[in-house]
Write a protein that binds this ligand. Structure first.
Ligand SMILES: NC(=O)c1ccc[n+]([C@@H]2O[C@H](COP(=O)([O-])OP(=O)(O)OC[C@H]3O[C@@H](n4cnc5c(N)ncnc54)[C@H](O)[C@@H]3O)[C@@H](O)[C@H]2O)c1
Length: 138
C-alpha cells in the first residue's frame, strides 16, 4: 500500500515502537497523528517537531470519548484518516502491570467509521493491530 499522501493514526506513538513507526511512515510520505496518553504530551510534541506533517493528539484508548475526540482532531488537522495502527499497550518487559482493555479496538473502529471521508473511502481505512506474548496492544 503506497503511504505517500495517506494519513496514519498511531496509538502509543510516544513509546519505542510507536516512535519507530512514526519515523517509518513519515519517511514514506505519510502524515502521522501521534496519539498517546496526556502524560506523554511532551514526548509527542518533541516527536512531532521532527516531521513536517505530524499532529500530536492526546487519548486514552480505554476511553471511547477520548478516542472519538482524537480521531476528530486528526480529521480536522490532517484532512482524513486512512490507516490506524493500534500499537498502544503494555510491554511486559518494561512493566509488570497489565491493565488491558482489548475491547478498545472495537471502540476505535466505531469512532473512525462515521468520520471516513469520500476521499479516504476510495480505499477502506486500514486497521493494523500489534499483539504478541511479549505484550498486549490495547
Ligand atoms: N517491544 C517489543 O519487543 C514488543 C513485542 C511484542 C509486542 N509489543 C507491543 O507493541 C506495543 C508497543 O511496544 P513498545 O515496546 O513500544 O512499548 P512502550 O511501553 O515503549 O510504548 C507503549 C506506549 O503506549 C502508550 N499507552 C499505554 N497505555 C495507553 C492508553 N491506555 N492509551 C494510550 N496510550 C497508551 C504508552 O504511553 C507508551 O507510549 C505494545 O502494545 C507492546 O505490548 C512490543
Amino acid at each position: 500500500m503506497p503511504l505517500a499522501g495517506r494519513v496514519a493514526f498511531i496509538t502509543g506513538a510516544a513509546g519505542g515502537l510507536g516512535q519507530a513507526m512514526t519515523t517509518a511512515f513519515a519517511a514514506q510520505g505519510a502524515a502521522v497523528a501521534l496519539a498517546d496518553l496526556p502524560a506523554r504530551a511532551n514526548q509527542l510534541a518533541e516527536l512531532a517537531q521532527g516531521h513536517p506533517r505530524a499532529l500530536p493528539v492526546e487519548l486514552d484508548v480505554r476511553d471511547t470519548v477520548s478516542i472519538r475526540n482524537a480521531v476528530q482532531a486528526t480529521v480536522d488537522g490532517l484532512g482524513s484518516l486512512d490507516i490506524m495502527v493500534c500499537n498502544a499497550g503494555l510491554n511486559v518487559r518494561k512493566t509488570k502491570l497489565l491493565d488491558a482493555t482489548c475491547g478498545a479496538l472495537a471502540n476505535a473502529r466505531s469512532s473512525i467509521a462515521p468520520l471516513v471521508t469520500p476521499e479516504s473511502a476510495r480505499q477502506a481505512p486500514c486497521v493494523a493491530r500489534r499483539r504478541s506474548a511479549a505484550g498486549c496492544a490495547l
